[in-house]
Design a protein around this ligand. Sequence first.
Ligand code: SF4
Length: 339
Amino acid sequence: MPTLDRLGRPLANLRLSVTDRCNLRCSYCMPEEEYAWLPRADILSFEELARLVEVFQGIGVEKVRLTGGEPLLRRDLHVLVGLLARRGLADLALTTNGILLGEQARALKAAGLARLTVSLDTLRPECFQLLTRRDEHARVLAGLEAAHAAGFRGTKLNTVVLRGVNDDELVPLLEFGRERGLEVRFIEYMDVGGATGWRGEEVVSRAEMLARIEGSLGAVRTAPGDPSAPAERYELPDGTRFGIIASTTEPFCRSCDRSRLTADGIFYTCLYAPNGTDLRGPLRAGATNDELAARILGLWRERRDRGAEERLGLTERGTLAPASTLRTDPHLEMHTRGG
Ligand code: SF4
């Protein structure tokens, strides 16, 4: 029997952040000049991460996604992938900005990584530079090619849509994806920790995205998908499929089976949760798998999180936390929690 939380949601999914570092500075995630990083001594080793995944798997987690920050900045990540791939999970995936895929795609595939999601917000290098404050667009495109050459199929493209920045690229991105066998998932701009410049006016809602796509490409139909997945899937008249993640205007907390573990071993039951629970301390103090499992299960059984729904209910919606708060509590940052 799966472990259910207070709203009847199973613990089935773990997003495992392997580093809080990133090599981009996207305006919707890391817009500040300075960041407080997690102390190196606190970052879990691959063996510690694999041990915790073993514990999570023992209590129902079947799907693990490696995230960051940018996970490919973690040295020799393929070694961790190898350790996890041996565990026989139903799904082992990775979300990356793609910059380092050119160097690592082959090793990741050989180690047993099943699936990739690559963030790509624009097809225009100058827009990429503006949005990320880094000149790395060509490397991302090369990374996508390298992933295909290494044998990855069914790769997804994640695109955060911002009004006045890249919202004129919905159709070009769909065409780019169709030509390369990549399913695009448009993501509404979210007011998560780290999005210190978030403004409601810059959000392009799912309804607006669909209307714009239909206006250019014809009627869009709903396509089958995993009911617990964040993206609603759609199909164009030519059969092209894409997704929209409407976390801001139509949150999907009611079916959320995701838990999060930061690179320093803090467990979160929601992207917006104000506090997490330290698993690193007990792990390093010699806790057994059963003791760690009991701690996680106790937290999950009490889980009532509906962070995005609660944000939607606010009459005045602004940034989640100011930069000064984020500097004193970096665990509130999305790049620490793994998005
Ligand atoms: S806001 Fe929290 S509960 Fe809602 S979908 Fe996101 S992680 Fe799940």
